[in-house]
Design a protein around this ligand. Structure first.
Ligand code: THU
Length: 133
């Protein structure tokens, strides 16, 4: 599975979004070393703070299938944004804990714009479990 295919999986996952409040569908897909792909979409709630983002749902989906940080090789996300859709701050913190720091994160939109980054770039100086010791 290459970058293009993973981005397509993230775009397809938008169809699973439950977003009756924002009407903003986000899709994400995480690729594992053994070639499995786990998707997530944003799931909203009438109690707005309970909304869950696509990226976190994708990572949690993979973890519920037994995969862990070192098994993950790439993450893609996509939404109907002007620029390639960028993970929110809460997702950056979760990605920072659960996803390898240098592994590629492919941000994309529906117009075909793509930008590759990683969590080291998206969340430098991250707070982590090490800080709790
Ligand atoms: N959303 C995501 O799923 N991922 C992000 O990184 C940005 C925001 C969702 C949350 C909410 O359901 C909707 O997009 C509008 O903020």
């Amino acid at each position: 599975m290459d970058k293009k295919e993973l981005i397509i999986k993230a775009k397809e996952a938008r169809a699973l979004s439950y977003s009756p409040y924002s009407h903003f569908a986000v899709g994400a897909a995480v690729l594992t070393k053994d070639g499995q792909v786990f998707v997530g979409a944003n799931i909203e709630n009438s109690s707005y703070p309970l909304c869950m983002c696509a990226e976190r749902n994708a990572l949690y989906n993979a973890m519920m299938h037994g995969y862990k940080k070192d098994d993950f090789v790439a993450l893609a996300l996509s939404a109907d944004t002007d620029q390639p859709c960028s993970p929110c701050g809460a997702c950056r913190q979760v990605i920072s804990e659960l996803f390898p720091r240098k592994a590629p994160i492919y941000m994309s939109n529906l117009k075909g714009d793509e930008q590759e980054t990683n969590i080291d770039e998206l969340l430098p100086f991250a707070f982590s479990g090490d800080d709790l010791k």
